[in-house]
Write a protein that binds this ligand. Structure first.
Ligand code: GLN
Length: 485
């Protein structure tokens, strides 16, 4: 099946004209049409435009770039001109918001001829760890449809794991690329803050949000990261550091690489299968020439609390623009302007978004700013400094992505705190602004994927990709395997 190819496999076939981009795109569309009712990964379809683009690319006939003619899914927060984009929220869905401009990331992909075919489901405005807060309903895990795909980029991860496209795009504010990648048995990378542009991607928490790709293997991930990275004049937080040719640095060699194993990430409560898979992965890396070093990151335990102060603060400010007047959900019969705002926001936002707006507004209020927001910013710096120190001793740090495999749909339904704890291994990196990726490292007894997290110092994407690639080649020479649906 063409839709199950990796990017590099498809590229070879496109280049030799063994297949056309129209055929490849159609194969992905057919796959979505035949299985997505089981998953609910897709929320807006863009088929006509996709097929027209594929046709144009076939006619031009030049497949120089590895992404030319390759179909993908974008999380429902990446604005694309003329394509509905709704953050899977009733706030934007009720009027089917259609952006008049495109995100830098989709523009960059468009410029090299990649083809956007559909929008993928997400937790509402990317707030969640299971894609259950979406106004479109939950996305299910292709490995076991009674389980969640993870979140918030659950649609992008599940759709790719089910071969609905050849790659997908997500956002990671507090784990939303790494966790669903881990739960769905694919790879995903959260780059260094400032490596990729946030322009045109609906914001959740602007100092924490990052844009990144999901792929079927690490080589594809390297190709994608290179294509979307780099300075963007439209996003002042992007860096002008040159973008390496990540793919050329995937040597398979781990010699002299120092690998930190932080004891705080191997604690009670981790599923034994997860702990074993990550330790086995460490052994694979060691056998490839890496040196394992036990380290300690004692402030890790404060990361979640810090994140869940800072993130809602930024959410409360970013969500202010959804007032029902400029765009989004509208109401009638309001008696005053305030009444109008109140009605539009009460009806448009779901419970998780409202919860964060309330927490954030409270933490930022004059009486509590010092106690919560300022304090959390200080802890953030402590966590960052701790990573800086650790990376003087080691080149990469490895850990589980999540303490367990994908959980059943509804497991945390009435317990928002339990949902927040899902991010236990995923928020310290965010505080430090460092890159981290997820690569599959095993299956549990009930055949659910387990993710290995590899973290690097700021701008160390090439090192973590290199280690992940070496690991993947050695541990899964025939590929990790796919969900059977
Ligand atoms: N689960 C985290 C949260 O709900 C992460 C979300 C994200 O990265 N977008 O905030």
């Amino acid at each position: 099946m063409l839709n199950s190819l990796t990017i590099t496999q498809a590229h070879d076939k496109l280049k030799t004209k063994e297949i056309s981009s129209v055929e490849l795109t159609q194969a992905c569309i057919d796959r979505i049409e035949s299985i997505d009712t089981k998953l609910n990964a897709i929320v807006h379809k863009n088929y006509d435009k996709a097929l027209a683009n594929a046709k144009r690319i076939d006619e031009a006939g030049a497949f120089e770039h590895p992404l030319t003619g390759i179909p993908y899914l974008a999380k429902d927060v990446f604005c694309e001109e003329g394509v509905p984009t709704t953050a899977s929220s009733n706030m934007l869905r009720n009027k089917d918001y259609v952006p008049p401009f495109s995100s830098t990331t989709t523009e960059r992909l468009n410029a090299v001829g990649a083809i956007s075919i559909a929008k993928a489901n997400t937790d509402e405005f990317t707030m969640g760890a299971s894609t259950e807060t979406s106004a479109f309903g939950v996305t299910r895990n292709p490995w076991d449809t009674s389980r969640v795909a993870g979140g918030s980029s659950g649609g992008s991860a599940a759709g790719l794991a089910a071969d609905e496209a050849l790659f997908s795009l997500g956002t990671d504010t507090g784990g939303s690329i790494r966790q669903p990648a881990g739960f769905c048995g694919i790879s995903g990378i959260r780059p260094t803050y400032g490596r990729t542009s946030r322009y045109g991607v609906m914001s959740m928490a602007s100092s924490l949000d990052t844009i990144g790709p999901f792929a079927k293997n690490i080589e594809d991930l390297a190709i994608l990261l290179e294509a979307i990275s780099g300075k963007d004049p439209k996003d002042g937080t992007t860096s002008s550091r040159p973008v390496p040719n990540y793919r050329s640095l995937l040597t398979g060699d781990m010699k002299n690489m120092k690998i930190g194993l932080p004891k705080e990430y191997f604690v009670e409560g981790i599923q034994p299968a997860v702990e074993k898979a990550v330790h086995d992965a460490a052994t694979v890396l060691q056998n490839l020439g890496g040196e394992l070093i036990e380290i300690s990151l004692p402030h890790t335990k404060y990361a979640i609390a810090t994140y869940y102060v800072l993130c809602p603060c930024e959410v409360s400010s970013n969500m202010a623009r959804y007032d029902g007047i400029r765009y989004g959900h509208t109401v009638s019969g309001a008696e005053s302007l305030l009444d109008y705002y109140e009605q539009a926001r009460s009806e448009g936002f779901g419970p998780e978004v409202k919860r964060r707006i309330m927490i954030g507004t409270y933490a930022l209020s004059a009486g509590y700013y010092d106690a919560y927001y300022r304090q959390a910013q200080k802890v953030r710096t402590v966590i960052k400094n701790e990573f800086d120190e650790a990376f003087k001793k080691v080149d990469i740090i490895i850990s589980p992505v999540s303490p367990h495999v994908a959980f059943p749909v509804g497991a945390h339904q009435n317990d928002p705190l339990a949902m927040y704890l899902e991010d236990v291994f995923l928020t310290a990196q965010v505080m430090a602004g460092i890159p981290a990726l997820s690569v599959p490292c095993g299956l549990s007894a009930d055949k659910l994927p387990i993710g290995l997290q590899i973290m690097g110092p700021q701008w160390g994407e090439e090192t973590i990709l290199k280690a992940a690639h070496a690991y993947e080649k050695a541990a899964w020479p025939d590929g990790f395997g796919r969900a059977v649906l």
